[in-house]
Design a binder for this molecule. Structure first.
Ligand code: NAP
Length: 457
């Protein structure tokens, strides 16, 4: 059997992608996984440069230089908090690339491509185009260029479904008459429009699930491109990307106790009327009292949330942890799977601040520890510690697993004021007698706590 050098590099790239993905399944091996995946991408690029049919290396070089410069600038200057938007942009461009390849192939070869390839090509262009506009819309919502609240109107789901039906009909006609270029271009235009309509009714905070789904579409579009171009590495990498995106979306929905259809069509986040009546008052506490409480505790559990990300407080969290540990306090970090605004948000931030993985505890593990914890320090988390999800079957977030901070002997909540969480719901935890509210930006508050703890004997 005669295997070309191109095929060998593609095989190597595919193996590296698979091991890379495997590595990313655990925080300990995630960095190694990323390096393996990057090496796989390098192998795929080198393999592609060996392809005989390449017409001009100048254009490829120009693309490489421009792309590398943009990538380097993004990695250096884009803050960690903008990571979701950045991911949306890369999905958008990946999908646009797949779509443009499909359009170029069809305009060059048209009906000569034959039924099977036209089928793959139509699939590629359809998914690529809707993913491009959908991801751009997700980017605009996350960046605040478009309102982050769900944009809804009467009959919305019907309009979107009819549009999808017409788009698919154009595709079906193209399969029947391969030379029907009008059907091809109408299908592309409608797919662009569909991407926008699909994402506008979804709230900014549901964007991670949507982006993961769009990632899956972009991956499947790339796999289809692989069929059109007879390129094995695109088929393998696209399929891996497509299915990992889908699995991630399902896992995120499960962690929020919601279905994918509820995320896509439920307009979650447009809740304006609170269905929860809370009794009691929020008790404000003094910083020095909290410092004393923490310093003399036996065990403290930090529960970080979205507020830690916006305050960029991960380094201050680590400093406080170290200060407490040096006094003999056991410090643990309770990580909720959907704390923050993207999967693994807290893990990424805490890893950046060099918090050891062994101190991070998943939801089930930390919940069994909380009843024997002296202080639960909630750092900019809200929905993920809302006891209503557990206690109130009528709550919109009923059934969502939570970190049971309320089971600790004492709870201290760091937040700026009376702002609500992503769901817009009241949180009864803040009104409990054993909860104290320490107001202020999380980073500043934590830095003052560190100083206060360090001053103690
Ligand atoms: P959250 O419910 O969004 O609450 C964040 C809290 O942080 C707010 O109440 C806010 O109160 C406070 N805050 C904001 N900036 C702050 C600052 N600079 N300093 C101190 N506090 C600050 O957060 P969460 O508990 O992490 O929950 C995440 C939510 O996002 C969940 O409902 C989850 O379902 C949803 N979600 C997550 C993902 C994901 O992949 N992670 C995906 C989709 C949806 P103040 O305004 O009063 O400060």
């Amino acid at each position: 059997m005669n295997i070309s050098p191109v095929e060998v590099t593609y095989l190597l790239a595919s193996i590296l992608f698979i091991f890379g993905l495997r590595g990313m399944s655990h925080p300990d091996s995630a960095r190694r996984g990323m390096t393996l995946a990057a090496a796989g991408m390098l192998a795929a690029v080198v393999g592609t440069l060996l392809v005989k049919e390449i017409v001009s290396y100048e254009w490829i070089l120009a693309g490489l230089v421009v792309g590398s410069l943009i990538g380097a600038a993004m990695s250096i200057w884009m803050p960690m908090t903008a990571m979701p938007q950045r991911t949306a942009l890369s999905h958008a461009f990946g999908a646009l690339a797949a779509s443009l390849v499909g359009i170029a192939e069809y305009s060059l070869h048209g009906a000569e491509l034959g039924g099977v390839r036209i089928g793959a090509l139509g699939f590629e262009v359809l998914l690529g185009s809707l993913t491009f506009t959908g991801s751009m819309m997700a980017f605009s919502k996350l960046q605040g260029l478009v309102s982050g609240t769900p944009i809804t109107y009467k009959g919305q789901n019907i309009v979107t479904t009819v549009l999808l039906a017409v788009t698919v009909t154009c595709f079906a006609y193209l399969l029947y008459d391969h030379s029907a270029s009008i059907a091809f271009y109408v299908m592309i235009s409608l797919a662009f429009l569909f991407g926008i309509l699909l994402v506008i009714p979804i709230g900014a905070s549901d964007m991670p699930v949507v982006m993961s789904l769009l990632n899956s579409y972009a991956g499947l579009a790339s796999a289809a491109t692989g069929f059109v171009l007879s390129n094995n590495v695109l088929i393998i990498a696209g399929t891996l990307d497509g299915f990992s995106g889908l699995i991630l979306s399902i896992l995120m929905c499960r962690a929020m106790n919601r279905s994918i259809t509820n995320v896509l069509f439920g307009a979650f986040g447009s809740v304006t009327e609170d269905t929860v009546a809370v009794a009691g008052v929020m008790r404000e506490v003094e910083l020095d009292d909290v410092a004393t409480q923490l310093a003399y505790a036996r065990q403290v559990v930090f529960v970080p949330g979205y507020g830690m990300a916006t305050a960029q407080a991960q380094f201050a969290v680590r400093e406080l942890g170290t200060a407490l540990e040096s006094r003999g306090v056991t410090v643990k970090y309770g990580i909720h799977p959907v704390a923050g605004r993207m999967p693994g948000h807290m893990n990424v931030l805490l890893a950046e601040a060099n918090v050891p993985y062994s101190s991070l505890y998943e939801l089930e593990q930390i919940n069994s520890d909380l009843p024997s914890t002296d202080v639960a320090l909630v750092i900019g988390a809200n929905d993920t510690v809302n006891p209503d999800a557990r206690d109130n079957p009528k709550s919109p977030i009923a059934g969502m697993p939570i970190i049971e901070a309320d089971r600790a002997a004492s709870v201290v909540v760091l937040k700026r004021g009376k702002g609500k969480g992503f769901s817009g719901l009241e949180n009864p935890l803040f009104y409990k007698p054993n909860t104290g509210m320490l107001y202020g930006d999380a980073r500043g508050t934590l830095q003052s706590l560190v100083q206060s703890v360090q001053k103690m004997q």
